[in-house]
Design a protein around this ligand. Sequence first.
Ligand SMILES: Cc1cc2nc3c(=O)[nH]c(=O)nc-3n(C[C@H](O)[C@H](O)[C@H](O)COP(=O)(O)O)c2cc1C
Length: 439
Amino acid sequence: MSKTTTNTRDILLGATGSIGIVKVPSLILLLHSLNYTITLVLTEKAAWFWHGTHRGSCNAYDPESVRRVRELVSDGTVKVVEARDEWRTLEGDSPTLRSDEPNKNSSASPPLPPKTKGGNFLCPVLHITLRSTHRLLLICPLSANSLAKYSTGLSDDTLSCVVRAWEVKSKPALFCPAMNTAMWDHPITSTQLSTLKGFWEGGVGGCKIVGPKSKLLACGTEGMGALEEVEVIGREVVSFLGKKIITTIDKEEGKVKRKKDMVKALLRKAKEEFQNSKKKGSGGGMEDKVAPISPSSDLVISSVLQEIKLRGGASSVLDLGCGDGRWLTAFCSEFDNCSCVGVEIDEERVEKAKERIRVGGWEGRARIERGSVFEEGNWGGGAEVIVVYLFREAMERIGKMLSGRKCIVVSVGFLVKSWREPDWEKRIGGIRVYLWDNR
Ligand SMILES: Cc1cc2nc3c(=O)[nH]c(=O)nc-3n(C[C@H](O)[C@H](O)[C@H](O)COP(=O)(O)O)c2cc1C
């Protein structure tokens, strides 16, 4: 018996035609050991390095890792997609993700009858499926050619279509360039990298360029351009997706124990924060502190926004214990015309939230009420979505106040015991997020 805690595959690992690809087998093994799920998407040139047995191939560089990755591919743990699969899927109307077998040409098949739904023509599109079903876009290695394509929007194969269609406002990306020093030093590299990074600006997903590093390159040049170390890339992935210590809860004793330990540690941290905030209190309402000090991570927020988007979006939001207002500005940016109210008692945080709203230019749509979350007068009327990030005791109290309201409630960290099972829940970076759709 096993239960997965995430409903999307984690990482879409895109590899392009740089010699740095020889490190990809060991990167896959590292990410697999960290419990992430991986779909590897290869460009045509990357496939040449991946499948070949020539001197520049993955097979020649690291045969042991290649052998272990092959095992993961053949048992379906790791998926491999190549550019040609996009067309192959349609020809055979077969499952979108395939194993690592050589391509079988199916051009001789008779035409398939079109699929329809409610009279509309339906056709599976692999790159759209891929962009929708993964949390993190990791392009490693990123060749000079693919960098040029992604920064200008060119989309002439599966991977570039995925990048072109990526939800830059809500889902993160990591790019790991690797190229010869002369290519790296060319002024167009930094121009294109900053253009690429800019696509994620203002969103909640985030984007990072990792590496390259300086060393003796495969071509014999000593200088910048080598792919960053696999461990460094792994660390960056963890910083975006969080440690996936528990991906499954099963009967295996060790795993269950680890889960309990994690929950205990989280509770301990929450209690410490609570005590500290009490000690810190010197008037100004600090004795009323009911919310953790640590703000929600971008990944928590983007996951929730994604889920709310699937449920039709939001036109009004109330954040009880809004801290620095990051949920409010994220909602403003994600949903046009969404109006937001945040309630916060701590003066310093109220100022921060106001500043964030002002800098983002959201003053017309978001405002902060300084006061207690337990006073409904501060709530600014009804809201379609209510976000709460409060300690357990406060959650129970707020839970009673929210009962019977026709809205979506999002709780970060704590359940309301007396409520039914949440409609959606997800563990992100060690924090569990719950959503009830009571509309
Ligand atoms: C042996 C070999 C090594 C290469 N290494 C790199 C590299 O490290 N970085 C790079 O940008 N291009 C490199 N190239 C050139 C790319 O493969 C070429 O630009 C290709 O068109 C990239 O295609 P893609 O971006 O669609 O994968 C290399 C080519 C060869 C033959």
